[in-house]
Write a protein that binds this ligand. Structure first.
Ligand SMILES: Nc1nc2c(ncn2[C@@H]2O[C@H](COP(=O)(O)OP(=O)(O)OP(=O)(O)O)[C@@H](O)[C@H]2O)c(=O)[nH]1
Length: 399
């Protein structure tokens, strides 16, 4: 009678834990790709089957052997396979058909052997060993799938991987405890089983959450700092990263230049060919810039059809040569759409981050040099000259 009460309390506690995990999984952000999104569904099934396996396990202490045998091994094995499916789906993959055939064969074999063991009245160690082998296989498969698809730079993925290892170790430690009869009373066995089940649930759910949340943070960070049209950086990137980076360059007395560029008469492209072609022209323009820039140069969409390039480790003379190459490249590479060839030109304003001005002041200077390039005919590079400059008209025309 006392054991029946204990079992009721423990199954209710494990059930509540599984339920919390299931509710928690609904709060996790769902990936847009349906295959990836279905990973959460398998994680929930894992919690359910683990709880079910625990209920069947407890029935052993109540001398309900037939039910215990019928459900215990198959539920735990199914739970372990749900971890495998969670990992596979998390990466947007499909289990191979050959794997599915193997999984079904495995489940049928486990069930047949369990029933056979009950029928032949084999001792408990036989079904416990069967359970150990049975849950070990899917967990190793899950770990293998994880190692194959994981992004090793993603800490969330690494956490999930480590926690899958912890699960294997916990199973490998706990099963010999049963086999060696280290815990003898039914109550001890149930408490041990509860601890193991709760650790497994926690590990999988925490690992899964870490992986999902980290992917989301990476996606958000990309969206925050990336211009959706041209895929180059946006103003947020400049404010949060580039300015600190330039400060560090200045501390190390490295030269930094800024180049502001703007497509000439862009409004007329929009008006003549439509906004979509205007968008294509912007992509074409950034592509041409990127072809000439180094990996260390930072290309930022400053707004509309205006772009900013931060050029670290570059003297004003080298930056002026680069700007001239960019200007020529843009002018020589028209945008071709169907049979139309749309000629593009751009104007460039250049300034260096000097001792007396920080990055934003330099951008201001480059911007006013750009204004000069525009007002003096466009398709030009103008370098801001701090020695002579008193107003906008005194910028030095590079050409
Ligand atoms: N297609 C498209 N157009 C944009 C985008 N952002 C800004 N524009 C357009 O860019 C045009 C900019 O026009 P203006 O500021 O007059 O400049 P402009 O015609 O290039 O003239 P100048 O700069 O003086 O040579 C406006 O018509 C904006 O609507 C965009 O993302 N896509």
């Amino acid at each position: 009678m006392e054991e029946a009460i204990l079992i009721t309390i423990l199954t209710a506690m494990v059930g509540a834990f599984a339920l919390i995990g299931i509710v928690f999984s609904y709060a996790l952000p769902s990936p847009s790709q349906p295959d990836k999104a279905s990973a959460a569904y398998y994680a929930r099934l894992f919690l359910f089957f683990l709880w079910l396996g625990f209920v069947f396990l407890c029935l052993r202490a109540l001398e309900m052997q037939a039910l215990h045998v019928a459900g215990c091994n198959i539920s735990f094995t199914l739970a372990a396979y749900m971890v495998y499916f969670t990992v596979v789906k998390r990466h947007g993959n499909q289990p191979r058909p050959s794997h599915m055939a193997w999984i079904i064969g495995h489940l049928v074999t486990v069930q047949l052997l369990s029933v056979l063991a009950f029928w032949l009245a084999t001792p408990f160690w036989f079904s416990d060993t069967l359970l150990a082998i049975s849950v070990f296989i899917p967990q190793v498969l899950a770990l293998r799938a994880k190692y194959r698809s994981m992004d090793r730079r993603n800490p969330g993925d690494r956490v999930l991987c480590h926690l899958l290892w912890v699960n294997i170790v916990v199973c490998m430690i706990s099963i010999p405890v049963y086999l060696l009869d280290a815990v003898t009373s039914g109550a001890q066995q149930m408490l041990l089983a509860m601890n193991v089940v709760v650790i497994l649930m926690l590990n999988v759910m925490l690992g899964f959450a870490a992986s999902v949340i980290h992917s989301l943070v990476v996606r958000l960070r990309k969206q925050i700092y990336q211009d959706p049209l041209t895929k180059c950086h946006n103003r947020h990137y400049l404010q949060d990263y580039a300015s600190t980076f330039v400060d560090t360059m200045q501390v190390h007395r490295e030269k930094v230049c800024v180049l502001v560029t703007d497509v000439d008469h862009f409004k007329s492209i929009n008006d003549r060919y439509g906004h979509l072609t205007g968008d294509n022209a912007l992509n074409h323009f950034t592509y041409q810039l990127q072809q000439e820039l180094r990996d260390s140069d930072v290309l930022i969409r400053w707004g509309g059809e205006e772009f900013l390039v931060v050029l670290p480790g570059c003297t004003i003379e080298d930056a002026a040569k680069l700007a001239e190459r960019l200007r020529q490249r843009v002018a020589l590479q028209p945008l071709v759409i169907d049979t139309h060839s749309i000629a593009l030109t751009a104007s460039f304003g250049l300034a260096d981050v000097a001792r007396d001005c920080d990055l934003f002041a330099a951008i201001d200077r480059a911007d006013s040099a750009l204004y000069d390039a525009k007002s003096s005919g466009r398709d030009k590079v103008v370098v801001f000259d701090p020695n002579y400059r008193t107003d906008k008209t005194m910028s030095m025309a590079f050409q």
